[in-house]
Design a protein around this ligand. Structure first.
Ligand code: MG
Length: 498
């Protein structure tokens, strides 16, 4: 009988080739969003899709599959080995269940859909996008059938982004969140009527100065420049090429500086997760964060729990003022209010901490109905508008403010949105737990010292990479499951006692 250790060693040896293709694909993708000349896109997509096909073939190679199967039958696996087998079995399972023709059709459809979504949005004409959306819903339902599910077809799609997540989980999360959130929101609106726009939202900044401020921010947060980069892209993102090569991007619109600053801090949180994975996991299936929800908990933690907090804004204010001269006319308290203005917005990406999750609820509920076939793409825009009015009391005036605003559906990402809420809710639980474990941690923040917080995150979350499935990791790190009540009381304390 071959020993367990030897099988795992052999798996990891073979996996290095798959991993290398992944590194190449990630680097091509990063380059495409940052430095590639626009006309390179056709050749780049040929290269990208062929790398993906090659990876698919290697994952399904009979000798590799057999090794993973063999390992999974071993009884005495330790946590690391069990993690490796779990991650690979999932990858093999997904690759085996979905036929290559379906993947090709899906990718062809979404490539077109993305172009027509852009056109539809620019012209505010839903009809341009509608047939492609219908096709995407149909193909996604097919994907769910191929993958299999117990209760609801959306379960199969949710699991692609958040391992083990079901519609029951998300329904329960939102039904527990909604009443409390609504209560807090109504109270804030009644007690603190906010101006339509905060003057700082209009203030124009010098892009070179803003770049310096972002770099200074990352310096203060302890971004390791010898293992990480900051660049510019249209839509900010983070990509882990390796544990010691993590790259984030930000954007400069020239006004409303919190978008660039808090966006950078958000991506920093994603990067810190990738950078904090145990160095032993280099070039293994465990390198990298475990799920989108846990990843988003890290970015939201730094963006909201730290970046939008009073101790941070107060301590960080002198740095902001040095690079953004117009801040001389504003106090730290002004900036804090600007960072935390609550108002009903039609656009998800502009939503504040209080209203944000309403936007996700809406999308999730519509996705669920679309996939089960109880809502058609014809009815979609009107139901969207009604639900928006019910949740936030505002109604889109056109398609671009409503059903056409997000890129996700055009890319075929149905089932993705709930991970944003999971991350946001978890980030509050993480901060609560850190405050229990590290007394006077707020003092750290008000001195802009983050070493103890980062150590906590690394020890309890980051170092494990993808070793434990998300629900297990959360229970291990926090001693409890996802709990929407913690988020509601965080909002209550922050917004109703000021
Ligand atoms: Mg994010």
């Amino acid at each position: 009988m071959v020993s367990r250790k030897k099988i795992i060693r052999e798996i990891l040896e073979k996996y290095k080739v798959i991993w290398s293709l992944r590194v190449a694909g990630s680097l091509l993708g990063w380059d495409q969003e940052t430095y590639m000349p626009p006309k390179g896109v056709t050749e780049r997509s040929i290269a990208g899709s062929n790398l993906a096909v090659l990876r698919h073939q290697l994952i399904l190679k009979p000798d590799f599959v057999e090794l993973v199967d063999k390992a999974s039958r071993k009884r005495s696996l330790n946590d690391v080995e069990r993690g490796i087998v779990r991650v690979l079995k999932r990858a093999i399972d997904q690759a085996r269940k979905i036929p290559p023709e379906h993947i090709a059709e899906f990718s062809k459809t979404t490539t077109l859909a993305l172009e027509y979504w852009k056109k539809a949005k620019a012209e505010d004409n839903y009809d341009i996008f509608k047939p492609y959306l219908a096709k995407i819903v149909e193909l996604s339902r097919k994907t769910a059938e191929y993958l299999g599910y117990k209760k609801h077809p959306l379960d199969a799609l949710l699991d692609l982004y958040e391992e083990g997540l079901t519609t029951d989980d998300v329904d329960s999360m939102f039904s527990r969140l909604e009443p409390g959130l609504k209560r807090v929101y109504d109270k804030i609106m009644a007690e603190h009527p906010v101006p339509e726009k905060h003057p700082l939202e209009q203030a124009r900044y010098n892009i070179e100065s803003m770049k310096k401020l972002n770099r200074k921010t990352l310096d203060i947060l302890g971004y390791p420049w010898d293992r990480a980069r900051l660049d510019v892209s249209a839509h900010p993102f983070t990509i882990g090429i390796g544990i010691n090569d993590v790259r984030i991007t930000t954007r400069y619109e020239g006004f409303d500086f919190k978008r660039s600053l808090l966006g950078t801090i958000h991506e920093f949180g994603h990067a810190l997760y990738e950078l904090g994975v145990d160095q032993r996991f280099i070039a293994t299936p465990l390198a990298g964060g475990v799920s989108l929800g846990v990843h988003e908990s890290q970015s939201r933690f730094w963006e909201n729990q730290v970046g939008r907090s009073k101790p941070f804004v107060t301590a960080f204010y002198p740095h902001m003022k040095r690079y953004l001269v117009f801040l001389r006319n504003y106090t730290p308290e002004d900036v804090y209010l600007y960072f935390n203005t609550v108002r009903p917005s039609l656009i998800r990406t502009e939503a504040d901490e209080v209203t944000y999750n309403f936007h996700i609820m809406l999308r999730y509920r519509l996705e669920k109905m679309l996939i089960e076939g109880s809502l058609t793409v014809d009815e979609l825009p009107e139901v969207w508008n009604q639900e928006m009015e019910r949740l936030l009391g505002v109604r889109p005036r056109n398609y671009s403010e409503g059903v056409l605003q997000d890129i996700h559906w055009s890319m075929g990402s149905i089932g993705y949105f709930p991970t944003y809420s999971i991350g946001t809710l978890l980030s509050a639980q993480i901060m609560r737990r850190i405050k229990q474990d590290i007394p006077n941690v707020e003092e750290d923040i008000s001195r802009l010292r983050f070493r103890r917080i980062q150590k906590w995150l690394r020890e309890n979350i980051h170092r494990y990479g993808s070793m434990y499935p998300p629900k297990e990791l959360v229970r291990k790190a926090l001693g409890t499951d996802l709990d929407p009540e913690v988020y509601v009381s965080y909002l209550e304390k922050k917004y109703l006692s000021r």
